[in-house]
Write a protein of this length. Structure first.
Lengths: 114, 114
């Protein structure tokens, strides 16, 4: 059953800690994305990757880091430099070439700073 | 730059009422347009899409027509059900982009009452 899986579903972070959100896909998609969702602000792009070992900053990359060592995996680290990390994080994937193809989303991870 | 504006919610309707959620966009060329739906606590799912002017996307009784002259992609459904309660996002993929980066509106919460 193909799909995109995010874990954990809920995550709690203490002040000053780094945390890593997992995103795995078995759709054989080249491109993967991380979005942040806040109430009333829609989705904002954090980072995206079109191919293994390459990634680009999105609109709100500060305080975040990513890696793309495998095609299937695109983990997001929320660092202590991110001052307001409490949000719902969504990972997505799609075929690399533009051409009006569908993006598939994971179920999301809700991160809360305690 | 590229942007999407959609009507603010919440939109509250009774079952079997007619639904319209307005969406307008700003973009150069001919972007592709999408409606995604997010059920409570979940990720986004593609609802419908249109890739060129005058195209009509449709799915599960929902429809939207790509209107280049008014730069709009309004979502409609003739008779809503309680199960349609969700947040609806209008999105565009810029024309000729190197990736499938999506630009989202802020989302509109639909609440359907029995």
């Amino acid at each position: 059953d193909g799909g995109i899986t995010q874990s954990p579903k809920y995550l709690f972070r203490k002040e000053g800690q780094n945390v890593t959100l997992s995103c795995e896909q078995n759709l054989n998609h080249d491109a993967m994305y991380w979005y942040r969702q806040d109430p009333g602000q829609g989705l904002r792009l954090i980072y995206y990757s079109q191919i293994v070992n390459d990634f680009q900053k999105g609109d709100i990359a500060e305080g975040y880091s990513v890696s793309r060592e495998k095609k299937e995996s695109f983990p997001l680290t929320v660092t202590s430099a991110q001052k307001n990390p409490t949000a719902f994080y969504l990972c997505a994937s799609s075929p690399a070439r533009t051409g009006n193809t569908e993006a598939f989303f994971g179920q999301g991870t809700r991160l809360t700073v305690v | 730059g590229n942007s999407v504006t959609q009507m603010e919610g919440p939109v509250t309707l009774s079952e079997e009422a007619f639904l319209t959620i307005n969406c307008t966009y700003t973009a150069t060329g001919y972007p592709s347009l999408f409606w995604y739906v997010q059920y409570p606590g979940e990720g986004l799912q593609l609802l419908l899409k249109a890739t060129k002017a005058d195209d009509k996307g449709s799915n599960k009784g929902f429809e939207a027509t790509y209107r280049k002259e008014t730069t709009s992609f309004h979502l409609e459904k003739g008779s809503v059900q309680v199960s349609d309660s969700a947040v609806y996002f209008c999105a565009l993929e810029p024309y000729g982009g190197a990736t499938n980066k999506l630009i989202f509106g802020t989302g509109t919460l639909l609440a359907v009452q029995p």
